[in-house]
Design a protein around this ligand. Structure first.
Ligand code: NDP
Ligand code: 8X3
Length: 255
């Protein structure tokens, strides 16, 4: 187990009620980790906790609510308080409209969740990691943070933030045994598209038709690998895609 510790890892996962977060919880449960499962949908978290067979602490949490984040982390039970691995996974995309017609409320939701929520959780957990000189922050970014696509405007920008913040955290943590990793997946079949298309199941399904997208388990495996490498190994960035997803190149509109 990483960190040279005999005791099980404590893993704090935001957005554990669905998709990557739930798969990450299941992957860490296979090695007996102690899990903090955070999200807004309590029933989903309770159901997941019930199936895992490892010690869990369920936190009903909207990461956009700074006071609630600080209170929930301050109130972690002793057995879960020394977080070894924080997976900043909560988030998503809202809308796929071009910037000139996108809904500003969707932009605000993405910034409040993917950027500010991630910061609130990180800021509350990081001091403990630094004090213990041990820990790992895994931020879930996206290929959308590196490669532009039509309609990706603010979503991609929030994921570019995640990638750069991850590198800057590494700079701030120089000399500390606290690792930071940015995981940057391409299209993966989860509830992501259902959220992006505001519950339109047909559109969401179509996004994953005709090719094998990544699965939540694929991404969970990448997170698990990074977190269980020897403690001196820091994966800075890890980008993964379906073999059938690639790059479109530049667009030229000729007259
Ligand atoms: P899902 O929609 O399946 O899961 C999103 C999770 O985020 C849910 O558990 C949801 O929980 C949680 N969440 C959303 N808003 C909040 C909030 N305000 N407070 C707390 N939790 C919140 O999508 P994915 O699993 O695919 O997405 C997980 C992460 O991966 C996201 O950051 C996404 O941007 C990123 N990603 C996804 C890709 C994909 O193609 N699927 C590819 C690359 C990156 P609840 O609603 O219960 O609060
Ligand atoms: C999700 C991947 O390509 O749909 O971050 O933006 S993509």
């Amino acid at each position: 187990m990483a960190h040279g510790s005999a005791s099980p890892l404590v893993v704090f996962i935001t957005g554990a009620s669905s998709g990557f977060g739930a798969a990450i919880a299941r992957r860490f449960a296979t090695v007996g980790a102690r899990l903090v499962l955070a999200a807004r949908r309590h029933d989903r978290l309770e159901a997941l906790a019930g199936e895992l067979g490892v010690p869990t602490h369920v936190v009903d949490l909207d990461v956009q609510d700074r006071a609630a984040v600080e209170a929930a982390i301050a109130a972690l039970p002793a057995d879960f308080a020394a977080v070894d691995v924080l997976v900043n996974n909560a988030g998503g995309a809202h809308g796929l409209e071009p910037a000139q017609s996108a809904d500003v409320a969707d932009w605000e939701t993405m910034i409040d969740t993917n950027v500010k929520g991630l910061l609130y959780v990180t800021r509350a957990i990081l001091p403990g990691m630094v004090a213990r000189d041990r820990g790992h922050i895994v931020n879930i970014g996206s290929v959308a943070g590196t490669y532009p696509y039509p309609g990706g405007n603010v979503y991609g920008a929030t994921k570019a933030f995640t990638a750069q913040l991850s590198l800057n955290l590494r700079a701030d943590l120089a000399g500390k045994r606290v690792r930071v990793t940015s995981i940057e997946p391409g299209m993966a079949e989860t509830e992501f598209s259902l959220v992006r298309f505001k519950g339109d199941e047909e559109k969401a399904k179509a996004a994953y038709q005709g090719f094998p997208p990544l699965s939540a388990d694929d991404v969970a495996e990448a997170v698990f690998w990074c977190a269980t490498l020897p403690a001196h190994v820091n994966v800075n960035r890890l980008e993964l895609m379906s073999v059938m997803q690639s790059f479109a190149g530049f667009s030229i509109k000729r007259s």
